[in-house]
Design a protein around this ligand. Structure first.
Ligand code: NAP
Length: 247
């Protein structure tokens, strides 16, 4: 099966590191014109060095006005990957209002805002499009200390339902919206939460395939959902979890 994004214009958020960075590089490799968004300029510098065709845009997705300003001149977009998220592990009883607000602002509200801005353009041009939200297995299974953490139950459960509502309302405009729901991936974020070998063993023992996911396994699923190989797939939360959620 061959996938091509030739002639497509894509935006990837959180493209400085991990899954977002690998997604931006893969989209560019398959022919898309990619705009990469993150908040650390040095990450964008190294990304552009690695792939000079990528257009870098640096701002904090948690800031509503900065997002409006940055997207104003971005041009028509066909594909959007809402990948950025923040990560704070916290026991339920210790979660503060600030941490709660920060997590929901970046992991849910920014997805709503980015998608509104991009979808309005798609609808105006009657071009259709595809949006993929990067969620988590934790949207559907309670994990200890994950109350609002980006991997977590609360923000990612909200993201899954946002995905479905977007699919419902944007579908008539031929805009498909889906999420990918990975298990643990050993990116910078993954390493922060899963450095203890005992905790790792406990989690991998609950995954039928017996291991965490690789970055490329998540990226390939994102590419599939963005591509014309999934033209009837809309509103799904697709696990990339080795069977964790099946148990
Ligand atoms: P990562 O390595 O920490 O990369 C996240 C990227 O998002 C970074 O470039 C980060 O920039 C950027 N970002 C975060 N907040 C931002 C903001 N407010 N504005 C702009 N950019 C922002 O994370 P990852 O592991 O690749 O995770 C990517 C996605 O997969 C997330 O949605 C995460 O919840 C999901 N996921 C990850 C795992 C896992 O185990 N890794 C499992 C399931 C789901 P800075 O570094 O500058 O903050």
């Amino acid at each position: 099966m061959e996938i091509s994004f030739k002639g497509k214009r894509a935006v990837v958020t959180g493209a400085g590191k991990g899954i977002g960075r690998a997604t931006a590089l893969a989209l560019a490799q398959y022919g898309a014109k990619v705009t990469a968004i993150t908040r650390t300029q040095s990450d964008l510098d190294s990304l552009v060095e690695e792939c000079p065709s990528i257009v870098p845009v640096c701002f904090d997705l948690g800031e509503w006005e900065a997002t409006e300003a940055a997207l104003k001149d971005i041009g028509p977009i066909d594909l959007l990957v809402n990948n950025a998220a923040c990560a704070k592990l916290q026991p339920f009883l210790d979660v503060t209002p600030d941490q709660f607000d920060q997590s929901f602002t970046v992991n849910v509200k920014a997805v709503l805002h980015m998608s509104q801005l991009v979808a309005r353009g798609m609808i105006g041009r009657q071009s259709g499009g595809s949006i993929v939200n990067v969620s988590s297995q934790a949207s559907q299974c309670a994990l200890k200390n994950h109350t609002v953490y980006c991997e977590s139950c609360a923000t990612k459960a909200a993201l899954d339902m946002l995905t479905k509502v977007m699919a419902l309302e944007l579908g008539p405009h031929q805009i498909r919206v889906n999420s990918v729901n990975p298990t643990v991936v050993m990116t910078e974020m993954g390493r922060r939460g899963w450095s203890n070998p005992e905790t790792v063993k406990t989690m991998t023992s609950r995954i039928p395939l017996g291991r965490f996911a690789e970055v490329d396994e998540v990226v390939n699923t994102i590419l599939f959902l963005l591509s014309d190989k999934s033209t009837m797939t809309n509103g799904v939360s697709l696990p990339v979890d080795g069977g964790f959620l099946a148990c």
